[in-house]
Write a protein that binds this ligand. Structure first.
Ligand code: ADP
Ligand code: MG
Length: 115
């Protein structure tokens, strides 16, 4: 995230903002959501994400970035994203708990699908 995108007011992008506001509303109501935001470099992805984070002050936001050099490391992105939250693993339902525990090497088991 660059400094500029944190301080420049977001212009336009009504459709994208509505979509992202809808995502936040769903998450607030307890529904899990996933969304892929993609586009050419400089098109405004980080600005939109920063704007969305600004509208999620009532939520806990965790973030990570992927590095091509970590492609061969199993669950590298998952580790970066969820390691700070691992103390809450016991709160997860059984299947999700077990999958994460295996991915983090906390217990033995078949590796969850990483594709
Ligand atoms: N809707 C917007 N309104 C104002 N500035 C924007 C908008 N979208 C992008 N920018 C500015 O354009 C530049 C590139 O946007 P950025 O979000 O970093 O692109 P990306 O993440 O897609 O590479 C940044 O300086 C950002 O602040
Ligand atoms: Mg970006």
């Amino acid at each position: 995230m660059d400094t500029l995108s944190e301080h420049t007011p977001l212009l336009g992008r009504q459709a994208e903002r509505a979509e992202l506001d809808g995502l936040l509303a769903d998450v607030r109501s307890g529904r899990g959501r996933a969304l892929v935001l993609r586009g050419e470099a400089g098109v405004g992805k980080s600005a939109l994400l920063q704007h969305t984070v600004g509208r999620a002050a009532d939520m806990r936001v965790v973030r990570t970035v992927g590095a091509e050099s970590e492609m061969e490391l199993a669950f590298a992105g998952l580790h970066l994203l969820l390691a700070p939250l691992l103390d809450r693993i016991e709160e997860l339902p059984g299947p999700q708990h077990d999958a994460l525990a295996v991915a983090f090497g906390l217990r033995e088991g078949d590796a969850p699908c990483s594709a």
